[in-house]
Design a protein around this ligand. Structure first.
Ligand SMILES: Cc1cc2nc3c(=O)[nH]c(=O)nc-3n(C[C@H](O)[C@H](O)[C@H](O)COP(=O)(O)O)c2cc1C
Length: 308
């Protein structure tokens, strides 16, 4: 039987399959359900400095090859979120499933403040969503598209994380993702999560307008899998931080591909929309079945195979 145990930043996960941020919010009961269904680790929805109601409906639709969403970072704000995360962590601990918190802000200073508040809940890892506009930038360029700003955010989070390791979540729509990765690595990030959603638009031809109230949104699911695989492969080949490879993984075979691209662990989001909260456990079982059938005995044999 293959050994699916996954070592990530000194944590030992039962398997490499990680719930991606934003899919099931921060409800302790839902995160616990995904953990019971077999996830190796779970990531909470991104949380910022203050409450946000997000965008009006429709905010998420399935368009044929995946989802497009513009949820608008709905969250209760870090001071309310921290005790919810502490509750989730307490439920997950007996299951041996680490909790990953996710944070965002509008300035490096805000990121630092959110990190300090969220660190009180003692998550195993703090993931930093840098796909939001830098309010100090003239054009509101997302931090993820600017190596200097991304490094400033990383440094602010690391300085306030109370020793909790930090993973920076990279965006795919940049000319050189490795450059951003190296900049956040130099600012003491411990890991990378790649990728966030890819910007897109879906138009309703009968209404003659975009389907989302926000007009454009982020693509996820099958449409972005090749984009995610390429980003992960580039990161694994050209820099040293471990990568939580995320984007378009719906099945255990997709997860195997992500590991072959060099991912250390595999994030799963949209699959939960298609297959329900049991998706992660099903993906683990399918990965196990694939590995057994193909004669792989450990994740190390898969990792980076496609780069050699
Ligand atoms: C409805 C929805 C909400 C999301 N919310 C967040 C979020 O709050 N923070 C974040 O970093 N990523 C968020 N994401 C991005 C996912 O975590 C993931 O990076 C992306 O969807 C690609 O993975 P997938 O194809 O497995 O869904 C969201 C994605 C979806 C579909």
């Amino acid at each position: 039987m293959p050994d699916l145990t996954c070592s990530l930043l000194g944590l030992t996960l039962h398997n490499p399959i990680v719930l991606a941020s934003g899919i099931l919010g921060t409800s302790a009961a839902l995160l616990e359900r995904v953990a019971q269904a077999g996830a190796g680790a779970v990531t909470a929805k991104s949380c910022g400095p203050a409450p946000r109601t997000g965008h009006p409906n429709p905010i998420t639709i399935e368009w044929g090859h995946g989802l497009i969403n513009a949820v608008g970072l709905t969250n209760p704000g870090a001071p309310v979120e921290a005790p919810l995360l502490a509750e989730a962590r307490a439920l997950l601990q007996p299951l041996g499933v680490p909790l990953i918190a996710s944070i965002f802000g509008g300035t490096p200073r805000e990121y630092g403040e959110v990190a300090r508040t969220i660190a009180t809940a003692r998550p195993a890892l703090i993931e930093v969503n840098i796909s939001c506009p830098n309010v100090a930038d003239e054009f509101g360029t997302p931090f993820a598209a600017d190596a200097v700003a991304a490094a400033e955010v990383t440094a602010a989070v690391v300085a306030n994380a109370g020793g909790i390791p930090v993973s920076v979540k990279l965006a795919p729509n940049v000319p050189d993702i490795v450059r951003i990765a190296r900049a956040v690595g130099a600012a003491s990030a411990s890991a990378l999560t790649a990728i966030n959603t890819m910007p897109g638009m879906v138009i309703d031809p009968y209404a003659g307008r975009p389907v989302l109230s926000n007009r454009s949104g982020g693509l996820s699911g099958p449409a972005i899998k090749p984009i995610a695989l390429r980003c992960v492969a580039q990161l694994a080949a050209e820099q040293d931080l471990p990568v939580i490879g995320t984007g378009g993984v719906l099945t255990g075979i997709d997860a195997a591909e992500m590991l072959m691209a060099g991912a250390t662990a595999v994030g799963v989001g949209t699959a939960v929309w298609y297959r329900g909260p049991e998706a992660l456990g099903q993906i683990v079982a399918e990965l196990d079945e694939f590995m057994a059938a193909e004669g792989y005995t450990s994740l190390a044999e898969l990792r980076g195979l496609a780069l050699r």
